[in-house]
Write a protein that binds this ligand. Sequence first.
Ligand code: SF4
Length: 193
Amino acid sequence: MAASTGVAARAVDHGFLAEVISAFPGDSRLGLCIQCGTCGGSRPSAADMDHTPRRLFAMVRAGMRDEVLGSNTAWMCVSCYYCAVRCPQEVHIPDVMYGLKSIAAREGRSPESAAPDFSRTFIANITRYGRSYEIGLVARHYLRHFPTRIPGMAPAGLGMLTSRRMELRPHPIRDVGGLRRILGRAAELEAGR
Ligand code: SF4
């Protein structure tokens, strides 16, 4: 339930943290975040996020629903899980990002940026390979929207490749056809057929 603070004239939703936690199945551990900032230094797409994950999670706690759902941060997450591996509190950061995108999509909200296109490319990769293909996702997105930034990203990308946080080639799952049938049926159910 949103309520005005009166002082800053900013809508504060005191139930937003609980809503975000329940937006994804399982325990995201978001409530255990200690604001250390480790996740912020682990993002291959950091340059395009308008808030670090640490700041975004603080905004969730503060009930800044409009600002959080209007942010492009969750949409720019590439689901590499590097932040989740390094988080001292084992917060399931990418899952929280999925939860935030789910709430935003349900409400027909998307940031005024290239972020929704990023999400579409991600979904196309999932449909094609059955799993995320991070380097293909980042390469296609940057070639399309921010080609001049590619040289500056090379060191981070190289580091993730050598530490095997990203694979050079996609590795499709065994039964991509089966997954596509499931996704097709899910789309039918969503459309009420
Ligand atoms: S690394 Fe984990 S504990 Fe630290 S700010 Fe990010 S989510 Fe919070």
